[in-house]
Design a protein around this ligand. Structure first.
Ligand code: FE2
Ligand code: FE2
Length: 160
């Protein structure tokens, strides 16, 4: 996990995540700071193990830890967060010793993490999408009645 630890110590990752946490300090809905990124990583890795997907732990953690960092730019009026995040992730990944194929794989999963992409036949993309959603514990959320998620999509019981 050496390269993953490089990501969480990279100045651009720290800056983006700190910006997001600052911007969301009083947000009552789901937040996108370190806790969410790590929850997503761990759940995505559980999915990978349960389904025997054989995706490297480093690749899964890298994708999850980077998937929402574009919110920093999006909050200041820039690109949608998946686009801003994919671009910023590419820069960070290359500086953390990921090769070009790995960078393409991870940045594609970040670009599509808001779409249900199970049909794309891309396992990393699918588990990132699912883990992102499953990381939210709607059952315990005080803002549930004002949330934009449809009730059927909410996580009202535990399965991971
Ligand atoms: Fe996101
Ligand atoms: Fe997310």
């Amino acid at each position: 996990m050496e390269r993953v630890n490089k990501i969480i110590n990279h100045p651009l990752w720290i800056e983006a995540v700190s910006d997001i946490e600052h911007s969301e300090k009083v947000r009552k809905f789901c937040r996108h700071g370190r806790e969410h990124l790590l929850d997503t990583a761990r759940i995505a890795y559980i999915f990978s193990l349960e389904e025997n997907l054989n995706i490297s732990k480093e690749i899964i953690y890298a994708a999850a830890l980077l998937h929402d960092i574009g919110r920093s730019e999006a909050y200041s009026g820039g690109l949608p967060h998946e686009e801003a995040g994919a671009a910023l992730a590419r820069k960070i990944l290359l500086e953390c010793d990921f090769d070009h194929d790995e960078v393409d794989l991870i940045s594609d999963s970040i670009l599509s993490h808001r779409e249900k992409c199970a049909l794309k036949n891309d396992n990393l993309c699918t588990i990132l999408y699912m883990a992102d959603k499953k990381s939210r514990i709607c059952l315990f959320c005080d803002a549930r009645n004002e949330c934009k998620w449809d009730y059927e999509k909410m996580n009202m019981s535990l399965d991971v």
